[in-house]
Design a protein around this ligand. Structure first.
Ligand SMILES: Nc1nc2c(c(=O)[nH]1)N[C@H]1C(S)=C(S)[C@@H](COP(=O)(O)OP(=O)(O)OC[C@H]3O[C@@H](n4cnc5c(N)ncnc54)[C@H](O)[C@@H]3O)O[C@H]1N2
Ligand code: MOO
Length: 399
């Protein structure tokens, strides 16, 4: 059985960006930027006032000074005048600073009488002036390629003069569930029917991280049905199968895919849940075979499929799984040869300020109710010794 980190590295080493497309600014939120974003404009584009008041020369702006108001410059209407000695210009928040002025005296500190303004407080050099390019300058690189764009990034891109953004194409991930017992939610159920929770859960998750998940027809446990579903795999960037991965007589996924040209890279990893994971290439299409137990399918999606989707979006993904420090909230026994991913709740350690992870007593990989109630997965190394409540441990948060 392959080590989890090795399996992850093997999946990632065969993947590269599936290309980019241009989308409008608002549609780019949550997408992955395909090229570095360079500012077309400076922000602010010119030096502007940050307050409503009077633009003056700091050397004239003394307490008690009376200055001549030579004009007015609302935001968007810059004045052609130059502020000379003993002069000031009425300005507002966002007004361009007129030539000659180097400070703003806020209107609360000025008494204007006709064209004369008497200052009740002094103005300091550069006070209340936002200088041209103070935020960023034209030509500056603002965002790196590979960044998942937040609403804040969209605001930044807009301010920098962009209407369209180049983003990674959403990788098309085909989800192929298998099994004679599998039905769709709402379909008439036989006593032993199992609802296709795996495909819905995995596709919802992959869509949430930027993929376009496509539910392929559920394949029955026979080669003809599997072949018919596999025939729809053209145009995919990644094929993900669920179930039929293990060693049972009706676990036909691997053999049928091989009959269609699958070159298998690996099968079976030292992971719980997730032991029968497989990976390879069907022609040019990367393929990941998830175990049928829905918790195993979801945990393997977190550990392997999500990084694969991110690599297809051009993001740099470390082969090592990123884990967080935590404290054990219950005793755990000695681990066997499989790296363990145990469903846990999280709370906060009052003194240490660290998260406390408490594993559920049952870790059966068919129990979706426990998965839904979990906040994190406690990650235990192969052959980890028994550990007591309060020991240091590592965990990953669940999305
Ligand atoms: N003799 C052995 N038996 C099993 C082994 C083993 O090493 N030796 N491994 C076990 C492990 S670990 C897992 S995980 C499962 C995975 O097997 P498969 O990938 O072949 O999965 P299936 O047999 O098709 O299904 C397992 C289980 O999950 C249900 N299922 C399947 N697909 C879905 C779906 N899309 N949504 C919801 N539930 C699904 C299915 O009805 C089964 O109950 O094998 C162990 N056995
Ligand atoms: O992958 Mo399995 O879930 O270890 O039972």
């Amino acid at each position: 059985m392959l080590d989890v980190a090795v399996a992850r590295a093997r999946i990632l080493e065969n993947l590269s960006s599936c290309g980019s497309e241009t989308v409008s600014l608002a549609a780019a939120c949550g997408r992955v930027l395909a090229q570095p974003l360079t500012a077309n404009l400076s922000n602010p584009p010119v030096s502007v006032s940050s307050m409503d008041g009077y633009a003056a020369r700091a050397e004239d702006a003394l307490v008690g000074a009376t200055l001549r108001v030579v004009g007015e410059a609302p935001a968007g209407h810059p004045s052609p005048l130059t502020v000379g000695p003993g002069e000031c210009l009425r300005v507002f928040t966002g007004s361009q600073i007129p030539a000659g002025a180097d400070c703003i005296v806020i209107q609360e500190n000025v008494r204007q009488d006709g064209t004369l303004a008497t200052l009740q407080a002094a103005g300091r050099l550069n006070q209340f002036i936002r200088h041209q390019g103070q935020d960023f300058t034209a030509g500056q690189t603002l965002l790196p390629a590979g960044k998942t764009l937040s609403a804040r990034d969209i605001g930044l891109a807009a301010a920098a003069g962009h209407i369209w953004l180049p983003v990674a194409r959403r990788p098309r991930v085909g989800i192929l569930a298998t099994g004679d017992e599998i039905i769709l939610p709402g379909e008439p159920a036989k006593p032993d029917s199992i609802v296709n929770s795996g495909a819905f859960m995995v596709s919802a998750y992959l869509n949430s991280i930027g993929a376009e998940a496509i539910l392929l027809p559920v394949a029955r446990d026979n080669a003809a049905s599997l072949s018919a579903s596999i025939a729809h795999a053209a145009h995919l960037d990644l094929l993900v199968t669920i179930g039929g991965a293990s060693v049972g007589t009706y676990d036909l996924v691997q053999q049928t895919l091989k009959d269609h040209g699958l070159s298998l890279d690996f099968w079976k990893i030292a992971m719980r849940p997730g032991k029968p994971l497989m990976s390879g290439k069907l022609g040019n299409t990367p393929m990941i075979g998830l175990p049928g137990n829905p918790v195993a399918a979801m945990v393997c999606s977190l550990v392997f499929v999500a990084p694969a989707v991110r690599a297809l979006m051009g993001q740099h993904i470390g082969t090592e799984l990123e884990t967080e420090a935590a404290i054990l909230g219950a005793d755990v026994g000695e681990n066997d040869q499989r790296q363990d991913f145990m469903r846990c709740t999280l709370s906060l350690h009052a003194e240490k300020g660290l998260p406390v992870v408490t594993p559920f007593p049952s870790q059966d990989s068919a129990q979706l109710n426990i998965l839904a109630q979990s906040h994190a997965l406690l990650v235990r190394a192969p052959f980890a010794p028994a550990e007591k409540t309060g020991s240091a441990c590592r965990m990953i948060r669940l999305p």
